[in-house]
Design a protein around this ligand. Sequence first.
Ligand SMILES: NC(=O)c1ccc[n+]([C@@H]2O[C@H](COP(=O)([O-])OP(=O)(O)OC[C@H]3O[C@@H](n4cnc5c(N)ncnc54)[C@H](O)[C@@H]3O)[C@@H](O)[C@H]2O)c1
Ligand SMILES: [Zn+2]
Length: 320
Amino acid sequence: MKSQVIVKKEILSRINSYIDLDSFLTLIITDNAVPAIYCQAVASQAANAFIFTMSHGEIHKSLETYYDIISFMLEKGFSRNDRIIAVGGGVVGDMAGFVASSYMRGIDFYYVPTTLLSQVDASVGGKNAINVDGVKNVIGAFYFPKIVIIDPQTLNTLPQRQLYNGLSEAIKMAACFDEQLFSLIENSTNLKEDLPIIIKKAVAIKESVVANDPFETDQRRVLNFGHTIGHAVEAASNGEILHGEAVSIGMLRFAGPNAAPRIKAVLEKYQLPTECDIEPSVLRQYIIHDKKSVGDNIMVVKVDEIGSYKFESININQII
Ligand SMILES: NC(=O)c1ccc[n+]([C@@H]2O[C@H](COP(=O)([O-])OP(=O)(O)OC[C@H]3O[C@@H](n4cnc5c(N)ncnc54)[C@H](O)[C@@H]3O)[C@@H](O)[C@H]2O)c1
Ligand SMILES: [Zn+2]
């Protein structure tokens, strides 16, 4: 189980060399804050394309949107042999992936991620999910896109805060697996120019972790470096603090004395936060409710030396 991932500048204008867009109906799913030029570039290369534009934002990764897309597909006559292409960030990718995994028991799915977070993280690993009653990612499936097409040029329109938000996940992967990638991000003097290589390396790391543990039972938990506290910060902030920013706050607590100064410096270089003013008791409550906790102990990922990691079981009361 694996997607083909292609990272190439300006690939969006040649997407029909990779996906057959002539013989089937194509549903392009995007959201109303993703610049329309990207889905139009895809639609203009397809014989029978329909565009479904969902409202942007986590709140719309919902059953209501799911229903609206399924209805739209039925109305347009989509069959088991047709296909879905998601063009957008992780919200669109999760929504479209879940629709694809379930429409007529699964139809072909392709993903054009357009945020850095979705390029380095959400597009790899085959997970998708939607929210119900404010609970995140409560229903979903493991369903891999056939091809992930990453055009780094799409990041030109992404606000800087969103760009750095995604970079946080790349820094996380570099800290655990790849000292060279970490140095590249640390020393970059032109991030835009270095992004294609950063994306390729981060994707390769995530692909290899997922290949060893496709259903997240064991090694894939390494991807949770920074996430024990990060998830709690993100939830407690009610969406004020973005996911990558919350992970940034969470990473330092589990970095050893050799690794911590470098991690702190690189996060600060990209204006990522390393602390927040949420009450520790509030964070503790969120951590206790986190699905990864077993009894009073929780498995965390620690980085003592950049490029390596270890798992450690620690008491929840020791975390904060
Ligand atoms: N399935 C997975 O493995 C996985 C992994 C990580 C995150 N996720 C999910 O991904 C979501 C977060 O993804 P995200 O950070 O990409 O957020 P997002 O999809 O909400 O995108 C952030 C904002 O940027 C806009 N945008 C997207 N591309 C743009 C572009 N090129 N130019 C300008 N604006 C653009 C979007 O419209 C949105 O308003 C969450 O729902 C999370 O649960 C899933
Ligand atoms: Zn994450």
